[in-house]
Design a protein around this ligand. Structure first.
Ligand code: FAD
Length: 435
């Protein structure tokens, strides 16, 4: 089996992994792997935007909006870190060429459900693609970073609660050992576990299953956000999101009779419950969303991709109502981490959607997740640098542990992906029952 050696291994090439890579000093070697192609991450799918603290006066309101949406189960310290870091992160993104919408030469802000004022920066309705493609471009220029596509993490190599690296499988089906000084899990959400989700189906929570097997602490893994409005379709596969900012800008929800039945900017969990209740009353698998009230100009300027995509499905949103249905969307729980994204295992960090740093509490406030992914991705990198230990396990010792792990994985490899899925789903259910 081939064995690679690196200073820092980052599993996942979404926004959180890329931002972490950008903050690792250039004298350290970084290896990034992704299960799909580099552009196949949820970070590329984000539509609505990214939050930013507008000014000092906005602090209390931003904090309160985040805590209220999270049912006050958030870690206040993490929320404070995220809010206080937001302006620096946005400046840095603009430095990488991210082009946020502007009005009269100033940054333009939009509003989504549960935000008491507009504080969301956006780029049309493809903010995630704009941000992540610019980050990817910046990372691809770095000579100390190597990216391997279609390489799947199968298991972690551990010695006495210290992460030594991972066992992976390449596109050709070969095993690959990666020995790393430090490892960062940036593996995203869990939408691939569900039949209806807005996520990429290859995001199946592998890091959670692996963490569980190695005794790494998880937190709130039953906290799963359902997005109230995805485009209803009878076809299987990823559900297309109709961004919350559409409702923030004034789109209306109607029942089968064409009557409004809910405040469209309620928190996601509350609105989802209202929509489900209405679907049941109507005996229909969807409710209607009316974007026509926004007017053609707003739709074509602010939501051109939603317009195009709906047109492909046969709906002209400047004239037609569209059928929408709730679907799995975001994962608030995950691998428990501290304020520096450190897990309970030595030399192992977790960032982005697979981690739980407590920012989102029981329910995420819209457009906080890209920001949280970037802020805590950077903190992981800084913490690694601060705690850098050069004393590494010998290559020989790593090879021994790798061999044992491989023997164990090989016995179950055919069904490993399914086994991991079942283990995570069982744990979610166990946690839910325990509450
Ligand atoms: C449709 C949609 C719209 C959204 N809109 C917004 C928005 O407007 N604002 C906002 O703030 N947030 C939004 N979000 C949420 C946000 O996009 C994500 O929370 C965030 O991008 C997660 O980033 P990440 O780096 O943690 O994970 P991702 O970007 O999903 O990246 C995960 C990476 O891990 C890799 N990976 C997974 N498992 C393995 C494995 N076993 N081995 C190797 N690699 C692996 C994947 O291939 C991928 O590269 C949206 C999400 C969706 C789905």
């Amino acid at each position: 089996m081939e064995i690679k050696n690196t200073d820092v291994l980052i599993v996942g090439t979404g926004a959180s992994g890329l931002f972490a890579a950008l903050h690792i000093p250039r004298n350290l070697r970084v290896l990034m792997i992704t299960k799909g192609e580099v552009k196949e991450s949820d970070s590329f799918l984000a539509q609505g935007g990214i939050c930013m603290l507008r000014d000092e006066e906005d602090y209390d309101s931003f904090m309160e909006d985040t805590l209220k949406a999270g049912h006050y189960e958030n870690r206040r310290e993490s929320v404070d870190i995220m809010i206080r870091s937001s302006q620096g992160v946005i400046r840095e993104l603009m430095g990488y060429g991210v082009d946020f919408a502007k009005k009269d030469g100033e940054l333009d802000f939009t509003r989504e459900g549960c935000h008491s004022k507009p504080r969301i920066l956006f780029h049309e309705d493809i903010t995630g693609e704009e941000i992540t493609s610019k980050l990817l471009k910046a990372v691809q220029k770095l000579s100390n970073v190597e990216i391997l596509e279609q390489v799947t993490m199968l298991d972690m190599i551990e010695k006495e609660n210290t992460c030594l690296g991972i066992l992976a499988r390449t596109e050709e089906g070969e095993h690959l050992g990666i020995q790393a000084g430090y490892t960062i899990f940036a593996t995203g959400g869990i939408g691939g576990l569900y039949q209806h989700s807005t996520n990429y189906p290859h995001l199946t929570g592998d890091a959670l299953a692996i963490a569980m097997r190695h005794g790494v602490e998880l937190e709130h893994i039953d906290y799963i956000q359902i997005h109230p409005t995805t485009l209803y379709s009878k076809k299987p596969g990823r559900r297309f999101l109709i961004s919350e900012s559409v409702r923030g800008e004034g789109a209306k929800l109607y029942n089968a009779e064409g009557e409004r039945f809910a405040n469209e900017v309620l928190p996601r969990d509350v609105l989802t419950a209202k929509i489900r209740e209405q679907m049941e009353k109507d005996g229909k698998p969807f409710v209607w969303l009316d974007m026509t009230v926004l007017g053609e100009k707003v739709i074509l300027n602010h939501f051109p991709h939603i317009y195009e995509r709906c047109l492909e499905e046969g709906y002209d949103v400047t004239k037609d109502w569209i059928p929408v249905v709730p679907a799995q969307h975001y994962f608030m729980g995950g691998i428990h981490v501290d304020r520096d994204s450190k897990t309970t295992m030595n030399r192992l960090y977790a960032v982005g959607e697979t981690s739980c740093n407590g920012v989102h509490g029981a329910n995420r406030l819209a457009s906080n997740s890209l920001l949280e992914s970037l802020v805590f991705g950077e903190r992981a990198a800084s913490s690694i640098v601060k705690n850098w230990e050069t004393e590494n396990n010998s290559a020989e010792e790593f090879a021994n542990f790798l061999q044992k792990t491989e023997a164990c994985v090989c016995r179950q490899e055919k069904d490993l992906a399914d086994t991991y899925k079942q283990e995570v789903l069982r744990e979610i259910e166990r946690e839910r029952q325990a509450k």
